[in-house]
Design a protein around this ligand. Structure first.
Ligand code: LRH
Ligand code: MN
Ligand code: MN
Length: 426
């Protein structure tokens, strides 16, 4: 199924337009501080986040998986789902594919399908954390870090193959996340594992086209519970530096130990021009992959505060690749993604409202109270009217979640695809 511009237009006609007076209020309040609400609306309208192909089906845990019905069972259908999200929000104009979960059988047909929904191919994800039926060597004890040369070579080859597929699709980046590590002390020689990883990454990097980037994702634990070879941003940063200019660190919000100051990591990486990409999600305990902004919205705001500062001040850091990396068991996956997109834009809008000039002055005077007040003044502003205005201007649905429900999208998807279709992925 596909949502048409006319359907969205008709939906918007019946929406309450009282948000416009809220914008007048915000305009009044913030123009006095030299902050243009119109500029913010423009920035929100042009913000785009890639949707991971594995978030379109119901996720699961090792204890079970509960299907939602109407799940996409092919890459084409996944693109159709993202098309729906993009028509509703105009913020989801890209997909991030995972190979081999999403190997296109007919590249041209996939490209055509993506074009018909105006979807671009964002970062390609390689997968050396699972064995595949046709593979000769197992990744049970590691891939790029393996003590077995054959497994390392196979994993390097796989990443090169992902680059080849990505080139055909028009992608410009590769994300490498490794599960490599150890479950028990003594299992691995840490130094050899790190050195093998570096050498393998350099081999992959040598195949990277000039206009591509390679993102190195870190994670402290899971599936290995004693050590992970690329465990933190420092290790990723070090490896990216060893590879070269086109290699950068990717921050996944769920890949930190509790209470890690992620916003400070963002600031450090942007200062050094090495923040490449972002995986948005939220968590209470570990890599929970919950809906963005559902647990710690203030942290998300503080992270965006650093991202906005970096985007305005760090020309040494290239444009960031934004992606959602969330999936779970109990919500309609498309509704969940709409909520995540909303939370991202809210945090972004609030960060754009920070009075940076006043903050700079308060910092120079070490006025700690004022500094906090300035950040919280932005955070406590209800910016949802700005999102609505941005959506109206881009011909998206003013209220995407309501529109999704009023169009009965899930019901139609279930009618088309059945209740037992199964999306590939986690
Ligand atoms: C690992 C991860 C990584 C994978 C995805 C499926 O936890 O965040 O980005 O590619 O999940
Ligand atoms: Mn991730
Ligand atoms: Mn993860």
């Amino acid at each position: 199924m596909k949502l048409t511009t006319n359907q969205i237009f008709d939906f918007n006609k019946h929406e309450d337009d009282s948000y416009e007076s809220e914008i007048d209020y915000l305009n009044n309040k913030f123009s006095k501080k030299g902050i243009s609400v119109d500029e913010i609306i423009k920035k929100l309208g042009s913000f785009n986040v890639a949707i991971p192909s594995w978030a379109l089906g119901a996720g699961g845990t090792r204890f079970g998986r509960f299907s939602y019905g109407g799940e996409p069972s092919s890459l084409e259908q996944k693109l159709d789902d993202i098309g729906i999200l993009n028509s509703l929000t105009k913020t989801a104009g890209a997909v991030s594919l995972h190979i081999p979960w999403d190997i296109p059988s007919d590249v041209n047909a996939i490209k055509e399908k993506a074009e018909s929904h105006r979807i671009l191919f964002d970062a390609m994800n390689s997968n050396t954390f699972q064995d595949q039926p046709h593979l000769e060597h197992t990744y049970k004890f590691g891939s790029l870090n393996s003590v077995h040369k054959n497994a390392r070579e196979q994993a390097v080859e796989h990443n090169k193959e992902v680059i080849r597929i990505g080139k055909e699709l028009g992608s410009k980046s590769l994300t490498v996340w490794l599960a490599d590590g150890a479950n028990f002390p003594g299992q691995l020689n840490f130094q050899t594992a790190l050195q093998n990883t570096e050498d393998s990454l350099k081999k992959i990097y040598s195949d990277l086209p000039e206009d591509w980037r390679m993102f190195i994702e870190y994670k402290p634990y899971e599936p290995n519970f004693y050590s992970t070879t690329i465990q933190d941003w420092g290790t990723s940063f070090m490896l990216a530096n060893a590879c070269g200019e086109k290699a950068m660190t990717l921050v996944d919000l769920g890949h930190h130990l509790p209470n890690t100051n992620i916003e400070q990591i963002v600031a450090t990486l942007m200062l050094k021009g090495k923040l490449g990409g972002f995986h948005f999600n939220d968590s209470k305990y570990g890599d929970d992959d919950l809906t963005v902004g559902s647990i710690k919205p203030y942290s998300l705001f503080l992270i965006f505060n650093e991202l906005v500062y970096g985007m305005e001040n760090n020309s040494q850091n290239p444009d960031l690749a934004w992606m959602i990396d969330a999936s779970h068991n109990t919500k309609d996956p498309l509704e969940d993604l709409i909520q995540s997109l909303e939370a991202i834009l809210i945090a972004y809008a609030q960060a754009l409202l920070v009075d940076r000039k006043a903050l700079y002055e308060a910092q120079q005077e070490s006025d700690v109270v004022k500094c906090q007040e300035l950040l919280q003044d932005a955070y406590r502003t209800d910016v949802r009217s700005l999102l609505k205005a941005a959506r109206k201007e881009t011909n998206a649905a003013i209220n995407p979640l309501e529109a999704y429900r009023s169009f009965k999208v899930r019901k139609q998807l279930i009618e088309e695809r059945g209740t037992s279709s199964r999306a590939s992925g986690l």
